[in-house]
Write a protein that binds this ligand. Structure first.
Ligand SMILES: C[S@@+](CC[C@H](N)C(=O)[O-])C[C@H]1O[C@@H](n2cnc3c(N)ncnc32)[C@H](O)[C@@H]1O
Length: 319
C-alpha cells in the first residue's frame, strides 16, 4: 500500500492496514475465507445434462448462451466446465447461435486456465478458438463491466453455477437483466428473505432437479444442497412428491401447531382444506407448491415451540 504523506512530494511505504482501517471484522474475514472454499466446487456433467435436457429444444434455437461464473473452456475436457462442455457438445443439436463462457480469476483455479480472465465465443464447431478475446484488466467476475455488457447486450440465456457466497448479488443482477436463465443455487434460497420475493412474484421458479453432489478442487465428490432455478416456464413438473391432502389425512407426526397456534407441516404434506396461513420448509416450494394454488404470505417465519425457536420457514396460504 503506497500512501502520500503530508510532506509535499514525499511518498512513504505504509504498513499493512489494520482490520479496523479496512472496515472489516475478524469474523467477516474468517467467513470470507470459508466462503472461498465453499464456492470452489464444480458441477458434474451428468447434472447439467439431466436438467438442461428437460427444457424444449426450441428455447435454444439461434440463442446466445452465457456461462458467466468460472465456466472455463480448455484444451482438455477435464479442465473445461461441465456447462461449457455441454453446450459445446450439443451446439449444433440445440441450434445455438453463440456460446460465451467466462473464467473467473479467483484465488483458486481448478480449471488451470491460467489467464486472469477471458471471454470465449464460439459460432460453430468448425470455428472453435477463432474468436478468443483476452480483454485487458478483465477479471472474469460476473459483475465486471465487460461481463455486465455481455449480459445486457449479447446474452439470451444464462446458465451456470454461481458462487453460493455471492448469490444475493448474482441473482439481483441476473433478474434485473430480464434475461432467461437456468442456474444452480442453494435449496434454502426459496425460504431465505433476500430471495423469497422472487418466488412470491413468480420471477424465479424451481427447476426440475436437485444437485447434491459436486466435484472439489482435488476432483473428489463433495456434497452440497443445491438445486436448479429458472425463469423459463416449467411445463412438465412431476408433482408426485407434494402430498396435498385433507388436514385430517395428514399423519399426526407431520403436523403440529407452534406457540402462536400456527400450523407447521412437514414431509411435503400440504392441507387442501386449511384456510389460514401455515408454515412450510423449502422442499414443498421446490416441489412446485406455488404452482398448485398456494401463495407465500410471509417471507420469513421462525416457529417457536415451547419458547424454542425452530428452523426458518415461510408462511403460505391457499389462494
Ligand atoms: C460453485 S463454483 C462453479 C463453477 C462452474 N460454474 C461449475 O459449475 O463447475 C462457483 C465458481 O464461481 C467462481 N466465482 C467466485 N466469485 C466469482 C465472481 N465474482 N464472478 C464469477 N465467478 C466467481 C468461483 O471461483 C467458483 O469457481
Amino acid at each position: 500500500m503506497i500512501e502520500k504523506q503530508s510532506e509535499p512530494g514525499k511518498v512513504m511505504k505504509r504498513a499493512t492496514l489494520t482490520l479496523e482501517e479496512r472496515g472489516v471484522s475478524r469474523k467477516e474475514l474468517l467467513q470470507k475465507a470459508r466462503n472461498v472454499d465453499n464456492d470452489e466446487f464444480y458441477t458434474q456433467y451428468e447434472d447439467v445434462e439431466k436438467e438442461l435436457s428437460m427444457y424444449p429444444k426450441r428455447i435454444w434455437k439461434n440463442k446466445v448462451v452465457f456461462c458467466n461464473c468460472d465456466d472455463a473452456v480448455n484444451a482438455t475436457e477435464r479442465n473445461t466446465s461441465a456447462f461449457a462442455l455441454y453446450f459445446l457438445r450439443n451446439f449444433n443439436v440445440l441450434g445455438l447461435k453463440k456460446l460465451i463462457c467466462t473464467h473467473y480469476a479467483g484465488k483458486v483455479d481448478i480449471f488451470n486456465q491460467g489467464q486472469r480472465g477471458s471471454v470465449f465465443t464460439k459460432y460453430g464447431f468448425n470455428e472453435r478458438d477463432k474468436k478468443k478475446e483476452y480483454p485487458k484488466n478483465y477479471s472474469g467476475s460476473f459483475d465486471d463491466p465487460l461481463s455486465l455488457k455481455i449480459l445486457k447486450e449479447d446474452a439470451d440465456i444464462v446458465c451456470t453455477n454461481p458462487p453460493f457466497s455471492r448469490a444475493i448479488d448474482y441473482w439481483k443482477i441476473l433478474i434485473e437483466s430480464g434475461k432467461r436463465f437456468i442456474i444452480i443455487s442453494n435449496i434454502t434460497n426459496v425460504i431465505t428473505l433476500a430471495f423469497v420475493p422472487y418466488f412470491r412474484e413468480g420471477k424465479v421458479l424451481p427447476g426440475y432437479n436437485r444437485v447434491d453432489e459436486y466435484v472439489n478442487q482435488k476432483k473428489e465428490i463433495v456434497r452440497a444442497s443445491g438445486t436448479w432455478y429458472t425463469n423459463i416456464p416449467i411445463k412438465n413438473r412431476d408433482y408426485r412428491n407434494l402430498k396435498i391432502v385433507l388436514l385430517s389425512d395428514i399423519p399426526e407426526k407431520y403436523k403440529k401447531y407452534d406457540d402462536s397456534k400456527t400450523l407447521i407441516v412437514n414431509h411435503c404434506y400440504i392441507p387442501s382444506d386449511y384456510k389460514n396461513p401455515f408454515a412450510v420448509s423449502a422442499r414443498p416450494i421446490l416441489n412446485g407448491l406455488l404452482e398448485k394454488g398456494y401463495e407465500i404470505v410471509k417471507d420469513q417465519y421462525f416457529p417457536c415451540e415451547n419458547g424454542k425457536e425452530g428452523f426458518r420457514r415461510v408462511l403460505v396460504k391457499k389462494v
